[in-house]
Design a protein around this ligand. Structure first.
Ligand code: NAD
Length: 315
């Protein structure tokens, strides 16, 4: 039997079903199995997606399945669990979703799964740590979506502000995917030219740049106020990560990665740029941060650990 790429998706809510749709449209995997507590939703999504196959760029076998189907999966993507309600922070979800994750990860591992995990459920940095701990897999094979979406939002807004294609903007958001994240202004560039040169040329005021970051950091709150959830951006980010993994791209993406001394921190999953390929996280890219950026990053690590430790110590 020929081995083809199989992605198992756990959670076919707003984020999961948008991911499945984007994955099918980009023809990234040969097999996609959908698993959800709400079996009817997963089954309905599989039926609906299959009806798009005549229009898709390549054949994808899609079905609604069970945890047993994870045995042959190359990648398990988890988007299951509670999402933020208006006014709720991502960290508020920690107790609820850690409990849900214990059940999910135990069932996935019982199938004999030996691939890569990609986690998007919030609080994503803490839940990625939980998956690493619950699964016993090597740290390289447990990846969180981290600040991939925040970085995309940052690149989009900077592109709009300077009126340059967002794909020519290189700038990272690092830290917690949440309220303590930070922009790395010191390494932001557009087409090889430092942002500071662009701001000088545009006579930009500091308040305008600060506002760009605040809009990035608070984007989810603004979208949730308007439509209840955010899903298209993260879905496309997850597809980008899936492609980097399955096609062994060695792409640099801001993911939640396990730190073992990088950036001077240990034993935490947090958003940093990393090289992603078929074996997962090949390496963390260490940016030479300014003292102020370092301080903010350390604060973000501290907040994550303070939130995570009391919850995870129960397991
Ligand atoms: N990482 C990011 O950048 C990012 C962006 C947007 C949303 N999110 C997060 O993604 C998660 C999902 O958000 P959503 O809007 O799709 O929520 P949703 O409520 O639409 O979907 C969640 C799905 O999980 C399923 N589920 C719940 N418990 C389960 C279990 N034990 N086993 C299997 N399935 C289970 C539900 O049936 C539902 O279909 C949330 O935690 C949200 O905060 C992350």
């Amino acid at each position: 039997m020929v081995k083809v790429n199989r992605v198992a998706l756990i959670g076919t809510g707003f984020v999961g079903s948008s991911y499945a749709f984007a994955l099918l449209n980009q023809g990234i995997t040969e097999e996609l199995v959908l698993i959800d507590l709400n079996e009817a939703k997963a089954e309905g999504d599989a039926m609906d997606l299959n009806h798009g196959l005549p229009f898709s760029p390549s054949r994808t076998k899609i079905w609604y399945g069970s945890y047993a189907d994870c045995d042959q999966a190359d990648l398990v993507v988890i988007t299951a669990g509670a999402n933020q309600k208006p006014g709720e922070t991502r960290l508020d979800l920690v107790e609820k979703n850690t409990k849900i994750f214990k059940g999910i990860v135990d069932q996935i591992m019982a199938s004999g799964f030996d691939g890569i995990f990609l986690v998007a459920t919030n609080p994503v940095d803490i839940l990625t740590y939980a998956v690493w701990k619950f699964s016993g897999l090597p740290k390289e094979r447990v990846i969180g979506s981290g600040t991939i979406l925040d970085t995309a939002r940052f690149r989009f807004l900077l592109g709009e502000y300077f009126d340059v294609d967002t794909r020519n903007v290189h700038a990272y958001i690092i830290g917690e995917h949440g309220d303590t994240e930070l922009p790395v202004w010191s390494h932001a560039d557009i087409a090889g030219t430092r942002i500071s040169q662009w701001t000088k040329r545009h006579e930009s005021k500091q308040e305008e740049l600060d506002k760009i970051f605040i809009n990035v950091r608070d984007a989810a709150y603004h979208i949730i106020e308007r439509k209840g959830a955010t899903y298209y951006g993260i879905a496309m980010g997850l597809v980008r990560l899936t492609k980097a993994i399955l096609r062994n791209e060695n792409s640099v993406l801001t993911v939640s990665a396990y730190l073992e001394g990088e950036y001077g921190h240990n034993d935490v999953y947090i958003g940093v740029p990393a090289v992603v390929n078929r074996s997962g996280i090949r390496e963390v890219v260490e940016l030479d941060l300014t003292a102020e950026e370092n301080e903010k990053f350390t604060h973000s690590v501290t907040v994550l650990k303070e939130t995570m430790n009391p919850v995870l110590s129960k397991y």
